[in-house]
Write a protein that binds this ligand. Structure first.
Ligand SMILES: Cc1ncc(C[n+]2csc(CCOP(=O)(O)OP(=O)(O)O)c2C)c(N)n1
Ligand SMILES: [Mg+2]
Length: 254
């Protein structure tokens, strides 16, 4: 973490992230976006559920944080926003938390266009509980509970949330830090439901079961797989098969 962002962190905390975890990179990028926008962090509320990603804001951010129940971050964030509409409410949580157990809250908050920013750290599995399959695990991937390979198709979270009615929808990887910072800045400024799916390496639980053991392997995997939506335009369905398309998919009606 850059020293100038230390002001946003509660002092004296040890990291909960494993070596090579992308959630720490995401934490720094969120704080960088807030710093560049010069938002007063005291006017913000950060809400998370349960999981490794849920540790990003709480206890780390030196601000108001709500560390809620598994899958209930958006429900609690909705309540806080309804009670105090002036509060800038940001949900930061995991793919399992937001799209498995919390999946209904996600689509209905998007449908209602609740004025929330939701940042979903997608590491393709339930990292904190030992690497189980979840709704974002790629088909064929090995996890603690799919030892023969995942037989199911994953959700495309951006398509799901866009179809449900969100105002701003984007996907980036932590390997695209500058684009991600500007996307977070945009999401924080748009009124309505803004959603960013952030691909985050998990070498310890996901990587080691999928020949991506080292932090560098997982980062390289994301760098190789992620292409921009502009690059994707010229590619055939076969060429797109193992690619992850990144960019803004829904841009506040602009
Ligand atoms: C009601 C309930 N069910 C299950 C759990 C166990 N649990 C805690 S975190 C978690 C999954 C977290 O996965 P994700 O949201 O993807 O976060 P990650 O750890 O991967 O960052 C599960 C299943 C729980 N705490 N509460
Ligand atoms: Mg996860």
């Amino acid at each position: 973490m850059a020293r100038d962002l230390e002001q946003y962190l509660r002092p004296g905390l040890a990291t909960t992230f494993c070596p090579g975890c992308g959630h720490g990179i995401l934490m720094g990028l969120i704080l960088r976006a807030i710093d560049e926008l010069e938002i007063n962090i005291n006017d913000m509320l950060f809400v998370s559920g349960i999981g490794c990603a849920a540790w990003i804001p709480s206890p780390n951010f030196n601000a108001d944080t709500l560390h809620t129940l598994h899958g209930r971050a958006i429900a609690c964030a909705t309540g806080a926003k309804m009670f105090n509409p002036k509060l800038q409410v940001v949900v930061i949580s995991g793919d399992g938390d937001l799209s498995d157990i919390g999946g209904n809250h996600l689509i209905h908050a998007a449908r209602r266009n609740m004025a929330l920013t939701v940042i979903c750290a997608n590491n393709f599995n339930y990292g904190m509980t030992g690497g189980q399959v979840c709704s974002t695990t790629p088909e064929g991937a090995f996890t603690q509970t799919t030892t023969q390979g995942n037989p199911y198709r994953p959700f495309d979270l951006c398509k799901l949330v866009e179809a449900a009615g969100a105002t701003y929808v984007a996907r980036y990887s932590v390997t695209q830090p500058l684009a991600l910072i500007s996307s977070i800045k945009k999401a924080l400024q748009i009124w309505g439901f803004s959603f960013i799916e952030v691909l985050s390496p998990c070498p310890i639980e996901f990587g080691r079961r999928n020949q991506l053991d080292s932090p560098a392997d997982m980062l390289k995997f994301l760098i190789d797989r992620c292409i921009t939506k502009e690059e994707a335009k010229g590619l055939s369905p076969e060429e797109l098969e193992d690619k992850i398309i990144t960019g803004e998919f829904c841009d506040g009606g602009n």
